[in-house]
Design a binder for this molecule. Structure first.
Ligand code: UTP
Length: 464
């Protein structure tokens, strides 16, 4: 049973913002549940929430701003000569060898489109090896750290919802061969979910409906959790940010690290060319002269179809959420206040009568921070254009585009190409699936053709 003063404080805080309904079912709750509800209410910033709801109501679509938008064109990796590429790769490898590079995974999302129960990283996209997304990433980190002769610390942001399942999965699988002391798990912040009137939804009679505060919540979480301090202690200077759901992600890619160091800017981002101009993705841009991401919905026809003399579309560099920030930049800006973005979603809730309602249409608003809203603070940012088929296989939807099936096909296709590039003929590989363990090759190097040939009698060739 909460003490009276605390209960009154929580009731008053809620009442001040028209959120009295949160206590509708208080009397029917067990004492511990009442305590938890009071604590949860006291943790909510209702003033902030009221402001966000006000903005939601007053902001109208198409409210044209007076911003100037210009393209931020990523430099194609192919534009560098062979010698330049080798120099950049060496520069990246040197930073890795000196222990200056860390991996940072944002894995606090809910993966609603995939419809998978639990953290997305434990998802098995159906590779012959049945490896999870986490395992693919872990093994790439392991391979790279062996090549560099130095540990690569891995920072993993989870959310309230998936933290225990994530850490449990890693423990169960013995951290995939990595040292436990070099993996740092921490949770991101949460935001309440509201209805169209700005009322916080109840997910049960004694719990507010909360969701992770968006992948942009990672900056504050980095600082609050002590992860940034840990990076400093370890001498980390460059932090590779990435999303959990790219089956081809080259974690801490030495080419990218070298490129970013060479450019000497506080931030760098990898991009791929849009599949077609109408593809609904955000592209790198300059907003009022500062690096930013231009969302598809913000683009005019002219922006979508304009081309430059070299034949490239003006806004062609799609943001694939792979960034490198310097630690000093993160230290300076981790606490910056970023704008919230709104998502309209279908979310079940408990109504005043105590019944759980599953709405047929979107009923709720979630407020989320985006990683790319930190870009402008960098002042300048470098973009590297890489090949989609080599680096980007997103797992977003259950089926079709950006699904486990498309990601699996992309990965197997790439590994088939690696085998061919190493000297195994197309004829030999006809009708076979090739999967090469990240422990055997990080990016197509060192392919053991004898090992592949020894398995030609099987439909599946697995190089581990
Ligand atoms: P998405 O924007 O694809 O969101 O996340 P999601 O939650 O995974 O999937 P949907 O939209 O519900 O289907 C891109 C990356 O950002 C992370 C995700 O885990 C993923 O790596 N993310 C997203 C967070 O870490 N926290 C969040 O609050 C949201």
């Amino acid at each position: 049973m909460p003490d009276n003063a605390k209960l009154k404080q929580a009731r008053d805080a809620a009442a001040r913002y028209g959120q009295d309904h949160l206590f509708n079912h208080l009397d029917g709750l067990a004492s511990a549940e009442q305590d938890a509800l009071v604590d949860q209410v006291l943790s909510v910033d209702f003033e902030q929430l009221a402001g966000l709801h006000r903005d939601l109501v007053t902001s109208q679509a198409g409210s044209a701003s007076r911003e100037t938008i210009e393209p931020l064109r990523a430099t194609p990796w192919e534009d560098f000569s062979i010698t330049e590429r080798a120099t950049l790769a060496n520069q990246g490898m040197r930073a890795l060898r000196e222990g200056k590079v860390a991996a940072f995974l944002v894995a606090g999302g809910q993966g609603t489109r995939l419809g998978h129960n639990g953290p997305k990283g434990i998802f098995d996209i159906g590779l012959p090896s049945r490896k999870s997304l986490f395992q693919l990433q872990a093994e790439r980190i392991l391979r790279l750290s062996r090549q560099a002769g130095k540990t690569i610390p891995w920072y993993i942001m989870t959310s309230e919802e998936n933290h225990a399942d994530t850490t449990g999965f890693f423990k169960e699988r013995r951290f995939f061969g990595l040292a436990e002391r070099d993996i740092f798990f921490f949770k991101q912040g949460e935001m309440p979910v509201v209805d169209a009137d700005g009322k916080v939804l109840l997910t049960s009679k004694g719990r507010l409906s909360m969701g992770p505060n968006g992948n942009g919540g990672c900056f504050l979480a980095l600082a609050k959790s002590g992860a940034l301090a840990d990076m400093k202690k370890r001498g980390i200077e460059h932090v590779f940010f990435y999303s959990v759901d790219n089956a081809l992600v080259r974690v801490c890619d030495p080419h990218f690290v070298g490129f970013a160091i060479n450019q000497g800017k506080p931030a760098a981002s990898k991009a791929v060319i849009k599949v077609q101009p109408e593809e609904k993705v955000g592209v790198l841009c300059l907003r009022n002269g500062k690096p930013s991401v231009l969302e598809y919905s913000e683009m005019t026809e002219e922006m979508i179809y304009s081309k430059t003399a070299d034949g490239r579309y003006l806004y062609d560099s799609a943001n694939i959420a792979m960034h490198l920030f310097t630690r000093s930049f993160l230290e300076a800006h981790a606490g910056a206040s970023l704008p919230f973005h709104v998502a309209h979603k279908k979310i079940a809730y408990v109504d005043p009568a105590g019944n759980t309602v599953t709405p047929p249409a979107p009923n709720a608003y979630k407020f989320e921070l985006f990683m790319f809203d930190l870009f402008p603070m960098a002042g300048e940012m470098a973009g590297l254009l890489v090949r989609r088929e080599e680096e980007f296989a997103p797992v977003k939807n259950k089926d079709g585009v950006d699904s486990p099936a498309s990601a699996r096909a992309l990965l197997l296709d790439l590994h088939h190409k690696w085998a061919v590039a190493a000297g195994v003929s197309e004829e030999e590989l006809k009708g076979k699936l090739v999967e090469i363990s990240p422990l055997a090759s990080y990016g197509g190097e060192g392919i053991n053709t004898a090992l592949i040939r020894s398995q030609l009698g099987n439909p599946i060739i697995h190089v581990s």
